[in-house]
Design a protein. Structure first.
Ligand code: NAD
Length: 247
C-alpha cells in the first residue's frame, strides 16, 4: 500500500517504545523521514529524537511541540499510537481503570492534536493518523472501556478533520482501525485474561481468517495515510481488518 515517499518529512509517533509505534518509527526511518518518538517508556531504535513523557501530560506537549519545531522546522505528520487496554466486565471494572483508558486513549490524541495542529495549520499541510481499532467500530465483551475509548477516537478524528477542512489548511485527520496484530498489547490482554495458552487461539478464532494481521499491514496503512498518495482520504475510519467488521 506504500504511497509516495515520506523522505524528508518530520513525523511525531506516540507509543514509539513498542509494537505498532516502534515498527512505524522503523519504517519511517527506512523511508528517510525524520522521526520523533514519544512514549512514557524508554525507546530504542532509529528515531531522530525520543521524548519520554506521558501523552496525557499537557505541560509536556506544550514543551515538546516548540522543541521539535526548533530542532526540525516542521511537523508534517502525527501518529497517535500510545494506548492501553484494561479488560474487565463493566460490573467488575474499577472507575479508575475506566478513566485510565479514556485518559491515555482519548485525552492523549486530543492533547497531541491540540498542540500539533496549530503548527500544521500554519504550515498549510499535515496528516494525523489516530490509532483506533476494530474495537472502535464493534463492541467486545470484557473490553467496554477500550471499545468506548476507541469509538471516541473515531468521532474525535472525524470532527477535527471537518475543522481542518473548514479552515482550508489542507491538514488531514483519519482514524485507523486495525484488527488484532500480535504485539505486546495482545500479550497484555492474554495476561489480563489469566494467561492461558488457549486464550491466543480463542482470540485468533474471532478473526474470519483465523489469524491476526501482521503489524506490517498496520504500518503500511499508517505510511499511506501520512503520504501524498492519500490526499483525498480525510475524516475516514480507515479499516485494516481483513474482514473482521464484514462479519
Ligand atoms: N495490537 C493490536 O492488535 C491493535 C489492534 C488495533 C488497534 N491497536 C492500537 O494501536 C496502538 C498501538 O498498539 P500496540 O499493539 O502497538 O500496543 P503496545 O502495548 O505494544 O504499545 C503501546 C505503547 O504505548 C505506550 N503508552 C501507553 N500509555 C502511554 C502514555 N500515557 N504516554 C505515552 N506512552 C504510553 C506504551 O509504553 C507502549 O510503548 C494502540 O492505540 C492500540 O490500541 C492495536
Amino acid at each position: 500500500m506504500a504511497g509516495p515517499s515520506l523522505s524528508g518529512r518530520t513525523v511525531i509517533v506516540t507509543g514509539a517504545a513498542s509494537g505498532i509505534g516502534a515498527a512505524t518509527i522503523q519504517a519511517l526511518a527506512e523511508e528517510g523521514a525524520t522521526t520523533i518518538g514519544v512514549d512514557r517508556a524508554a525507546m530504542n531504535g532509529p528515531a531522530s529524537l525520543t521524548i519520554e513523557m506521558s501523552v496525557t501530560d499537557e505541560a509536556a506537549w506544550s514543551d515538546t511541540v516548540p522543541h521539535v519545531l526548533d530542532r526540525f522546522g516542521t511537523i508534517d505528520g502525527l501518529v497517535n499510537c500510545a494506548g492501553i487496554i484494561r479488560m474487565a466486565p463493566v460490573t467488575d471494572m474499577e472507575l479508575d481503570l475506566f478513566r485510565q483508558s479514556m485518559q491515555v486513549n482519548v485525552e492523549g490524541p486530543f492533547l497531541a492534536m491540540k498542540h500539533v495542529l496549530p503548527v500544521m495549520y500554519g504550515q498549510g499541510r499535515g496528516s494525523v493518523v489516530n490509532l483506533s481499532s476494530t474495537a472502535g467500530i464493534a463492541g467486545s465483551p470484557g473490553a467496554a472501556a477500550y471499545c468506548a475509548s476507541k469509538a471516541a477516537v473515531r468521532l474525535l478524528s472525524k470532527s477535527v478533520a471537518l475543522e481542518a477542512l473548514a479552515n482550508g489548511s489542507g491538514v488531514r485527520v483519519n482514524s485507523l482501525h486495525p484488527a488484532m496484530a500480535e504485539t505486546p498489547m495482545v500479550q497484555d490482554i492474554v495476561a489480563q485474561l489469566g494467561g492461558s495458552a488457549d486464550t491466543l487461539d480463542q482470540m485468533r478464532a474471532l478473526q474470519p481468517s483465523g489469524r491476526f494481521i501482521p503489524v506490517s499491514a498496520v504500518v503500511d496503512a499508517i505510511l499511506f495515510l501520512l503520504s501524498d498518495g492519500s490526499t483525498f482520504i480525510n475524516g475516514t475510519d480507515f479499516l485494516v481488518d481483513n474482514g473482521f467488521t464484514a462479519q
